[in-house]
Design a protein around this ligand. Structure first.
Ligand code: ADP
Ligand code: MG
Length: 260
C-alpha cells in the first residue's frame, strides 16, 4: 500500500453543491463547500440537525455525486463507494448470521486476501476493540457499544485511507458513549488514521477532533474551521480535566454562538 506523507491532503472538496430534487421541490442541502482533510487529521464536523452534514459525508463516501463542484481523494475524482473510504453509521451494520470474527473478516475475504493475512488482521482488530473473547459470538449476543466497536473493526480491517463516521455514538447511552470516545481517540492515534466524524455534539467534536469545522443551516455551508488541542491533551496528560480548562469552555461557547 502506498504511504501518504503526514499532512498531505487525503480529501479535497472544491465548491461542492448538492441539491435533492423531489417531485415538488428542489432542496439545496449543501452550498459551496471547500474543504481539505489531511493525512492524520481527526476532522470533526458539527452543525444543527438538517444542516447537510450527512449529505456532505455521502458526497465524500461517493454515495451521491455533487450537483456541481468536485470532490477528490488523493487527486482522483470520487466516483462511487470504495473500500478505501470506510463508513461507520449511527447504528451498527453487522451481518446477524455471521460471528464477530466473520463480520470483521468479511471485507478482506471479499477482496481475496490470503487466509493467513485475514486471520492476522482479524486477530489484531479483535484485540484492538477488546473483544477477542467474543470472536465466536453473534451480534445479537452483544451490547450496543460492543456492536459499534465491531462495526468499527469491520471498517478498519479493510485498511481504509479514510474513515467516515456519521454520528456513530448518538444511539449509545452516556457512559458507553464516553468510553467509545476514549477508545476511538486511542485507535486514531495508534493507527495514525485519518477520520472524518460528524456529530451534533460540540463537546464530542472538541474532545476528539484535531480540527472542528462548523456548519451553518439552510443551505449548509462551512462557517469556520478551528484547530483544537484537546484530543492530544487528553491523550498526553492523564491529569487533564476539560471541566477545569477555561479555553475549552470559551471555545465551546464560541462554536455554540456561531451555530445558533
Ligand atoms: P443532517 O445530517 O445535518 O441532519 P442532511 O444532510 O440529512 O442533514 O439533510 C440536509 C437537508 O437535505 C435537509 O433539509 C433534509 O431535509 C434534506 N434531505 C436529506 N435527504 C434528502 C432526500 N433524500 N430527499 C430530499 N431531501 C433530503
Ligand atoms: Mg445526519
Amino acid at each position: 500500500m502506498t504511504q501518504t506523507a503526514d499532512n498531505a491532503p487525503v480529501v479535497e472538496l472544491d465548491h461542492v453543491n448538492y441539491e435533492y430534487t423531489t417531485k415538488n421541490s428542489v432542496v439545496q442541502a449543501i452550498k459551496d463547500i471547500d474543504l481539505t482533510i489531511n493525512q492524520g487529521d481527526f476532522f470533526c464536523l458539527v452543525g444543527p440537525s438538517g444542516c447537510g452534514k450527512s449529505t456532505l459525508l455521502k458526497t465524500i463516501a461517493g454515495y451521491i455525486e455533487p450537483t456541481s463542484g468536485e470532490s477528490r481523494m488523493e487527486n482522483e475524482i470520487i466516483k462511487g463507494p470504495h473500500w478505501k473510504r470506510g463508513v461507520v453509521f449511527q447504528s451498527a451494520t453487522l451481518y446477524p448470521w455471521l460471528t464477530v470474527r466473520k463480520n470483521i473478516e468479511y471485507g478482506p475475504r471479499m477482496r481475496k486476501q490470503s487466509k493467513e493475512e485475514i486471520k492476522e488482521s482479524s486477530d489484531y482488530y479483535l484485540e484492538q476493540i477488546e473483544l477477542s473473547d467474543f470472536a465466536n459470538h453473534y451480534p445479537f449476543e452483544l451490547s450496543g457499544g460492543m456492536k459499534q466497536r465491531v462495526s468499527l473493526a469491520r471498517v478498519l480491517a479493510n485498511k481504509p485511507k479514510l474513515v467516515l463516521m456519521d454520528e456513530p455514538f448518538s444511539a449509545l447511552d452516556a457512559i458507553t458513549r464516553l468510553k467509545m470516545q476514549d477508545f476511538l481517540r486511542v485507535l486514531w492515534k495508534k493507527n495514525n488514521q485519518t477520520i472524518l466524524l460528524i456529530t451534533h455534539d460540540i463537546e464530542e467534536a472538541l474532545l476528539l477532533g484535531t480540527k472542528v469545522a462548523v456548519m451553518s443551516k439552510n443551505p449548509g455551508t462551512i462557517q469556520s474551521v478551528f484547530s483544537v488541542p484537546y484530543s492530544e491533551k487528553v491523550l498526553n496528560d492523564k491529569e487533564y480535566r476539560i471541566e477545569e480548562d477555561s479555553e475549552f469552555m470559551k471555545q465551546k461557547y464560541a462554536i455554540l454562538k456561531a451555530i445558533s
